[in-house]
Design a protein around this ligand. Sequence first.
Ligand SMILES: NC(=O)c1ccc[n+]([C@@H]2O[C@H](COP(=O)([O-])OP(=O)(O)OC[C@H]3O[C@@H](n4cnc5c(N)ncnc54)[C@H](O)[C@@H]3O)[C@@H](O)[C@H]2O)c1
Length: 372
Amino acid sequence: MIVGVPRERLSDEYRVALTPAGVRELTAAGHQVLVEQDAGAGCAIPDADFVRTGAQIVADPDELWGAADLVLKVKQPIEEEFGRLKLRRGQTLFTFLHLAADRACTDALVEAGNTAIAYETVQLADGSLPLLVPMSEVAGRMAPLVAANLLMRPAGGSGVLAPGVPGVAAAKVVILGAGIAGMAAATLAVGLHCRVFVLDRDLQKLRAADHHFRGALETVASSAHAIEEACLDADVVIGAVLVVGAKTPTLVPDELVAEMPEGSVLVDISVDQGGCFESSHPTTHSHPTFEAHGSLFYCVANMPGAVPHSSTHALTNATLPYTLEIAASGWRKAAAADPALARGVNVVEGHVTYRPVAEAHQLGYTELATLL
Ligand SMILES: NC(=O)c1ccc[n+]([C@@H]2O[C@H](COP(=O)([O-])OP(=O)(O)OC[C@H]3O[C@@H](n4cnc5c(N)ncnc54)[C@H](O)[C@@H]3O)[C@@H](O)[C@H]2O)c1
């Protein structure tokens, strides 16, 4: 199979969909890999590294799209790429798509008549989303680092040194949510010697956190009262909650923030689903923070974008096994053999095969099984 890896076109997207390690695995399996010139430049992977593991560098994106049986991307195609979706019949596109929120891209994929598989809807039998997990891990691990920097006076924070020093208390860090992002945040906050409190409504998650951290943090059953008690004297609050299929609940009202120490820091990882602090609104890497009620808010909706090198490797570690499955036998056989991958298939030859996308755009829905 010919596998093509274009350079990402979406603004502020610096990741690439395949690393040199992935090129090596694909070429070892007998596939040919075409990588667009400078595709890895944004995440510090030079063309020469791709060449070293067997890829061929292609300068013209039309040539790449026109030749590839399987195109690997990070983000959904944007308008300037729509024409390229039609350059090769029978092509499979594997990428983040988020089609329910993108009518133009949905229409372009339906019109192109090829197959599109979305990273974000690949789903294991237990309901987990293996290609979203790495991004929660990245954002979670970033959160205490970001907060520790923002606590410093020049950044607008209270002037507390996150790990403290002998004789001086470390920062109190409250983490709302003990899921993937919350546990990743806890790992770093504990590593920074902070005083860490993790709240969740799910007692199983708290049991797992308690067991894992062996006394290095405190777990608290989440309730409005518990959140208030934990946050009142917190130096840092990290929002990492998710209620599947719903907007994030507002867990920290403005009145509570107003009572927190002056210059405390709130990092809302959940802002991409609405945010869990009343004052949260999405910010960008160029203007990541704002001040409200005497505290500093960091609400970047795409935190992994700040660390494209690590994010690229984290994402491709998770996508590569599926890429290898598709390349080995084509998407049809791969999806028939792997139900998790089958749940990722969103569009097939003009048919929408993922129900939430069809419903979002009032398009006809076709059961994937009828097309396999
Ligand atoms: N900003 C970013 O760049 C970025 C990156 C990755 C993920 N995210 C977002 O981070 C959020 C968390 O993702 P995740 O993968 O960790 O989800 P997850 O499902 O693994 O964890 C969410 C946790 O929130 C808990 N929860 C739900 N309601 C709660 C409440 N009222 N009080 C306390 N805990 C509660 C759940 O029990 C669960 O343990 C999601 O909204 C996700 O979209 C944002």
